[in-house]
Design a protein around this ligand. Structure first.
Ligand code: ARE
Length: 596
């Protein structure tokens, strides 16, 4: 049925990979087509010169198959159309005029020019990044002389409240850099560190000052320098949706009302400005008086915030920004931010905070990637709550990947939890059909980590997950880091460490394509391939309760006869022509395998 075929000549269905290659995607009702091809030509070449090229079925979600191909665009100007062969025996031409049985009626899509400054580009290092997220007040106290008043003892049995302070600081992070090196991460994302009255610092008082309970400019410069010496990049949290109510501009309007030069910096309903019982101005969230929303359509506000972004890059050498509440700020602002930041250094990373779909922000003109909370949601369902099976899970993952460009997907922060959510381990303890034992919950989380570390995107470890910390949502997910060996789960740490090491050893895991090869619903297992020109990784996730024999057959067509090495044990296997595993020592592979 023709209406089951979908394509538009725009991101993510048509987008340049570089100046000479156009990636095109076609969505077809699941199972309805036997093959798809694209026909392409230079736009100025005469009709009839189109070359056919077979499209690859790259994945499926619940109701759709996705086909993809890279069209060469040697002169940067491409026209193309598709020919879809249906199961029914019919075939259809798909072009800018629609879907027709006759080629002449369909017309061609035009990608007029692969403009250099419209190619989605992300920093080269993003593909290799493994992040560690630090909530500074809770990570490590390296300088007790700057503790805020009333700090809780680090090992206090009391749970954190929205107000508690523990005295974590920048010197503490510096002191623990070697710990991060041992874990294997190569980037840190710090929650806000600028001057602010709260423990979380999302209510900025001074964008140009490090919070004095965290350190000062010199401590921060030292942190960046020492992190860089160890190959660790540093990304800061930028809170540009709102300021704190102590920021000079808001204070000026509080004092001078309508006469203030800063009255257009915010959204005031009336004057004088009142904060109680409810604020008479726009805020973050629902009437949070201490977080007045900034008006980024006012040029002075934009200029001010862009200067802030530039200052910290130039002054301290940070590697990028995570942008808070990114979906509530106008897109023009993010475009301007990108221009400014990438103009300084195109290797700066810009990651938006999105708890939902982020497609409109990932066309290459705003963010490189986003915090991929939708990945977390899917992982919660599959590993922790166990309310979906392997088929649904890979459908969700495919649907997530197909909504973004490859470039954006490689710069996604693939997280299992954050300072805003329940910890993944706690979800695993509480998941499925009731309360699980610690061992079961840890095993589920470790399996999720195996997936996280073998997927495209930038995996993020939320501080403490690697030693088995638990915690319900904010503020409980922000307990102080456990440094005492007795409180740390050594086996969990080892899974994180070894999976990060595995990722870093294999280019296929960071740069390879991603293709699911099977989903075994009954046994709750699935497998996928990550492939570069030189290497193939075959990853199998067994979410069932029994040992699982990895099926070799689906690989035969793709890989032919080949040799695989178990990525975790080093054992070697041969895939024979009849699709059987042959192994020197006689056991069957049950884990990730790597081959050439
Ligand atoms: C404080 C208390 C909380 C309390 C809250 C409400 O700690 O216990 O529930 O106030 O009064 C920062 C602090 C928070 C603080 C908050 C307000 O870190 O501790 O909460 O300020 O003072 C939405 C936004 C998303 C936002 C989350 C929190 O879309 O941008 O809410 N996340 C960022 C940061 C936060 C930060 C802020 C924004 C504010 O990462 O740490 O909070 O700068 C659904 C919705 C989402 C919603 C999400 C909330 O998924 O669809 O849109 O996210 O729930 O969990």
């Amino acid at each position: 049925m023709p209406s089951s075929i979908y394509h538009v000549c725009e991101t993510p269905y048509a987008y340049p990979l570089d100046e000479y290659r156009l990636n095109v995607r076609l969505k077809v009702r699941r199972g309805s087509a036997t093959s798809c091809q694209a026909l392409y030509a230079d736009r100025y070449d005469s009709p009839g010169t189109e070359l056919p090229i077979v499209m690859e079925k790259v994945g499926s979600d619940r109701y759709s198959d996705y086909y993809e191909v890279v069209l060469p665009a040697l002169k940067r100007k491409v026209r193309y159309l598709f020919l879809v062969q249906m199961n029914s025996g019919d075939s259809y031409w798909v072009g800018e005029r629609g879907t027709f049985a006759q080629r002449e009626l369909a017309g061609s899509y035009q990608f007029p020019y692969l403009c250099r400054n419209e190619i989605p580009r992300v920093p080269d290092w993003a593909k290799d990044a493994v992040f560690y997220q630090i909530f500074p007040d809770r990570f490590s106290n390296g300088d007790p002389s700057i503790n805020p008043a009333n700090v809780q003892p680090w090992d206090s049995p009391e749970k954190p409240t929205p107000q508690s302070r523990y005295g974590g600081d920048l010197q503490g992070i510096i002191d623990r850099l070697d710990y991060l090196v041992q874990l294997g991460v190569n980037a840190v994302y710090l929650n806000p560190i600028f001057d602010s009255p709260s423990n979380h610092k999302y209510d900025t008082t001074d964008y140009y000052k490090i919070d004095p309970t965290f350190g000062d400019l010199n401590t921060f410069k030292k942190l960046v320098q020492q992190a860089h010496e160890r190959g660790i990049r540093v990304v800061l949290d930028a809170v540009f949706n709102h300021s704190g109510d102590q920021l000079f501009a808001f204070q000026d309007v509080m004092k001078n009302g309508e006469a203030s030069a800063y009255r257009d910096w915010y959204y005031f309903d009336a004057y004088p400005v009142t904060q109680e019982p409810v604020p008479n101005y726009e805020t973050f969230g629902n009437g949070i008086a201490t977080m007045p929303k900034l008006n980024t359509s006012t040029p002075e506000v934009t200029r001010y915030l862009l200067d802030v972004a530039e200052y910290w890059i130039r002054e301290t050498g940070i590697d990028g920004w995570r942008l808070d509440v990114a979906n509530e700020v106008d897109r023009r602002f993010w475009q301007l931010l990108r221009e400014r930041v990438k103009g300084i250094d195109n290797q700066q990373l810009l990651v938006g905070e999105f708890m939902h779909d982020a497609s409109p922000w990932l066309h290459g003109d705003q963010f490189d990637g986003v915090m991929n909370y939708l990945f977390r949601e899917a992982a919660l369902d599959f590993f922790a709550r166990q309310n979906i099976g392997a088929e649904t899970f890979i459908e969700l993952l495919t649907s997530l990947q197909m909504r973004y460009t490859d470039q954006a997907y490689s710069a996604m922060m693939q997280l299992l939890g954050s300072h805003d959510t329940e910890r993944f381990l706690t979800a695993c303890l509480n998941g499925g059909r009731g309360w699980n034992s610690q061992e079961t919950a840890l095993a589920r989380m470790r399996l999720a980590v195996c997936l996280q570390m073998t997927m495209p995107g930038m995996p993020v470890v939320y501080y403490g997950d690697e030693v088995g910390m638990d915690g319900r949502t904010d503020p409980d997910c922000r307990r102080p880091m456990i440094w005492d060996e007795n409180g740390r789960d050594a086996a969990t740490y080892e899974v994180f460490r070894s999976m990060i090491a595995l990722r870093k050893q294999h280019a296929s895991l960071t740069r390879g394509s991603m293709r699911f090869v099977f989903a075994d619903e009954a046994n709750n297992a699935f497998g996928f391939l990550r492939q570069t020109d030189g290497e193939t990784a075959y990853v199998v996730i067994n979410n069932g309760t029994h040992p699982y024999t990895v099926p070799a057959l689906p690989l035969r067509d793709r890989l032919g006869e080949s040799s695989m090495v178990d990525g975790l044990t080093g054992e070697r296997y041969t895939l024979s022509a009849d699709g059987q595993w042959i192994t020197a020592v006689g056991s069957h592979p049950t884990a990730a395998a790597f081959g050439c």
